[in-house]
Design a protein around this ligand. Structure first.
Ligand code: ADP
Ligand code: MG
Length: 349
């Protein structure tokens, strides 16, 4: 049986979220409006919540922004910029498209090729781009792997001109699009005077400020085996909590589960011993790219990466055997019924 489950609404549930469209009391005693928008975009369910005098405007503008970025960044959308450069083997990108390609190429370098936007032909071969799932033959993957090399992409930062080194090469910004989008929504919130707000893009959460009552937002990290259960809860403000897991999108064939995060070195779904990775950072694009990368890299390499960049982010790793690792920067803000190993600057795996 072939089956696809699009993870989303339940991927990370938000605890103690207030109800819909009502007055709430802010920490400073001021009355403030709450506004919510629910939508389906980027193949997932999304929720936007804002508090403030202009909450409704903020939530509406956020929803428009999500749709705009979906149209710009989706490789499968025939009118998107990414589709156009994929068809043409290159071209001039908009400022935003160029910014994302630049960030993606930086991550390709810093993750030693684990984050590779040239993965699109392999995603197509697996049917993840159109839902016609199939396990590609070894020959097919062997033909496509040389194309999966973002290092061959030529990119001029100034002009936004991109050109692919090889015919058939195609890029996929799906590994960072949601993180970038949630960061943009924080900008919209701030421009609308919102001091407290949240966006949940299919389990990828970003929050502005603290909750209206001044307490921290509590974001649950989903149990990879059971969407209704949490592995733990992390308390945050002004942060994004972005999770990558094999359970987000997958199919089954011959009793084997194949998911959508591909190891560019093999062309097969990553199998690093991790079942989910959550990255906590102020930078949505970084957190999104790194959560995808660490899912491929595994505990040891992810820990080494964190030690080299510990000021930029923290992370929660869940292994296939339900072991949990958290980096020391958020250890005090993470609670769980499971045993938790803290990754420190000096020791750890
Ligand atoms: P989700 O989109 O489910 O939140 P991720 O952020 O982990 O999950 O992104 C997975 C998406 O990233 C895939 O659907 C695909 O578009 C893209 N992708 C898959 N493998 C890689 C890779 N090795 N490098 C960069 N992007 C990837
Ligand atoms: Mg990602």
């Amino acid at each position: 049986m072939k089956r696809s489950i699009i993870g989303g609404l339940l991927a990370l549930c938000l605890l103690s979220l207030a109800g819909c469209g009502r007055d709430v009391q802010g920490a400073d005693g001021e009355d403030t409006q709450e506004a919510n928008r629910d939508l389906f975009a980027m193949d997932t369910y999304m929720t936007v919540t804002a508090y403030g005098a202009r909450a409704q405007e903020a939530a509406d503008r956020a929803a428009e922004e999500i749709e705009r970025l979906d149209g710009l960044l989706s490789a499968g959308d025939g009118s998107s910029e990414v589709f156009r450069v994929n068809e043409d083997g290159g071209g001039r990108l908009s400022e935003e498209g160029a910014y994302l390609v630049e960030r993606a190429l930086e991550m390709y370098e810093s993750t030693d090729g684990a984050f590779d936007i040239a993965i699109y032909p392999v995603m197509e071969a697996w049917g993840f781009t159109d839902g016609a799932f199939k396990v590609p033959s070894r020959d097919t993957l062997a033909e496509l792997l040389p194309l999966t090399d973002a290092g061959a992409i030529r990119f001029d930062k100034k002009s936004g001109e991109v050109s692919f080194g090889m015919g058939g090469m195609k890029i996929d910004l799906g590994g960072i699009a949601k993180g970038y989008t949630s960061g943009r929504i924080m900008d919209i919130f701030r421009a609308c005077g919102v001091k407290s707000g949240l966006v949940n893009l299919g389990g990828n959460v970003q929050v502005l400020g603290a909750k209206p009552d001044g307490s921290l937002w509590r974001v649950a990290v989903q149990d990879p085996d059971d969407a209704r259960q949490a592995m733990g809860v992390v308390a945050v403000k002004n942060r994004t909590v972005i999770t990558s897991g094999g359970y987000e999108r997958y199919f089954e064939e011959g009793g084997v589960t194949y998911h959508h995060i591909i190891d560019p070195k093999t062309g097969y779904p990553a199998d690093s011993g991790l079942s989910s990775v959550s990255v906590i950072s102020a930078d949505g694009t970084l957190a999104d790219g790194l959560s995808t990368s660490f899912f491929i890299m595994g505990v040891k390499e992810a820990s080494a990466y964190w030690r080299a960049h510990s000021r930029e982010f923290d992370m929660i790793l869940v292994t296939d055997s339900d072991q949990i690792y958290v980096t020391e920067g958020i250890a005090d803000d993470f609670s769980s019924d499971y045993e938790v190993t803290v990754i420190t600057e000096e020791t750890g795996e």
